[in-house]
Design a protein around this ligand. Structure first.
Ligand SMILES: NC(=O)c1ccc[n+]([C@@H]2O[C@H](COP(=O)([O-])OP(=O)(O)OC[C@H]3O[C@@H](n4cnc5c(N)ncnc54)[C@H](OP(=O)(O)O)[C@@H]3O)[C@@H](O)[C@H]2O)c1
Length: 325
């Protein structure tokens, strides 16, 4: 089968498209024909092995898995003899942020991992665009108590995390201000935000409005810059370590000090996120945002684009060009 492979940490240049043996499912595993997977920021972190702390989870000296890929959508083509919850022909999608070997034509996976059925009427590309970014957005939003009086500012509203976060916050009833580039203002308006800031024309930190929560999804700002915008008990949540890894220490320091707080949530329970996303997709309450679709042959280009930090929503790799979905 065709698979993306790499045997060391490095830039997209270490990636190679190769023929490798098709995996065989163990007794408790599904054999899945992958139709779509994304290249996301977690994949880029695992590719470079940076920040170094990530290597504790994905391999200390070299990547633990030959094949990269953290999410997938496809069709069950084979079953181990003990599999109970799935059958051949089921359309399934999944996510695992420590690596799923999903950037290949086939993958195997235990049925009790983060894999669920795709809701009817949604394509593999649509659901896979609701996996990684939405999972992180849900993790961050869980840190807030939200009702219709809650004011939230999302910086980086057009990334995979940001574009999911603004929709999930609106779904919960919050009043949402979003910060984005000129070219994406129409997009974020179409996702239902209440107010926009064009970061190429205005500095949102000069805003005179005060927020209950600030979600800095791309860490182009910092707690110190955002602090004046927070209400007295306001919370700043970041998706990354920030300058000098300050977002690791600030949660404790601000908790001791009292008042405005920093939180740095650690994502967990991918399966719960997939189930929640399936429900709101089926209810028509979430729009997947897809930027570009690449072929496996274009994998280096795809990683280079994602690592540039300029993608809008999600970048997909189409592993089955003959698939109709
Ligand atoms: N904590 C974790 O476990 C974890 C996991 C995954 C990702 N992350 C991190 O979370 C961050 C976001 O991930 P993501 O997948 O959402 O990223 P992404 O999709 O790569 O984000 C790209 C977006 O960032 C926006 N952007 C770039 N410069 C900006 C600026 N100065 N102000 C506001 N927006 C700006 C771009 O918008 P425009 O096109 O409008 O410029 C683009 O849409 C990344 O830094 C990633 O490394 C953390």
């Amino acid at each position: 089968m065709k698979a993306i492979t790499r045997t060391k940490y490095g830039s997209p240049e270490v990636l190679e498209l190769k023929e490798i043996p098709k995996p065989l499912p163990k007794d408790n595993e599904l054999l899945i024909r992958v139709h779509a997977t994304t290249v996301n920021r977690t994949d880029c972190g695992i590719l470079t092995g940076k920040p170094y702390i990530i290597r504790v989870f994905v391999g200390l000296t070299k990547p633990r898995h030959l094949v990269p890929g953290t999410d997938f959508a496809g069709i069950v083509e084979g079953l181990g003899k003990n599999v109970k919850k799935f059958k051949v022909g089921d359309r399934v999608w999944g996510l695992h942020d420590e690596g799923f070997c999903s950037q290949a034509e086939y993958m195997t996976l235990a049925e009790d991992k983060a894999v669920i059925k795709i809701p009817e009427k949604f394509s593999c590309q649509e659901v896979v665009a609701c996996a990684e970014g939405a999972h992180y957005a849900l993790t961050f939003i869980k840190k807030f108590n939200i009702d219709s009086d809650t004011n939230v500012l999302v910086n980086g509203a057009t990334g995979a995390i940001g574009s999911a976060a603004i929709q999930l916050l609106k779904h919960k009833g919050a009043w949402v201000t979003a910060v984005a580039n000129t070219k994406n203002i129409d997009l974020i308006n179409s996702l239902g935000v209440d107010r926009t800031y064009d970061y190429q024309k205005e500095d949102f930190t000069k805003d005179d409005k005060r927020y209950d929560f600030i979600l800095d999804t791309v860490v182009k700002s910092s707690f110190h810059k955002c602090e004046p915008l927070l209400k007295p008990k306001g919370i700043y949540v970041s998706s990354e370590l920030g300058p000098n890894a300050q977002n690791l220490c600030l949660p404790l320091l601000t908790k001791i000090k009292g008042g405005k707080r920093v939180k740095f949530p650690i994502p967990s329970n991918c399966k719960k996120s997939l189930e929640f996303m399936s429900t709101i997709l089926a209810e028509g309450k979430f729009k997947p945002v897809i930027d570009r679709v690449y072929t496996p042959e274009q994998i280096k280009k795809a990683y280079t684009y994602v690592a540039s930090g300029q993608k809008t929503g999600n970048v997909i790799i189409n592993f089955n060009s003959k698939a109709t979905d």
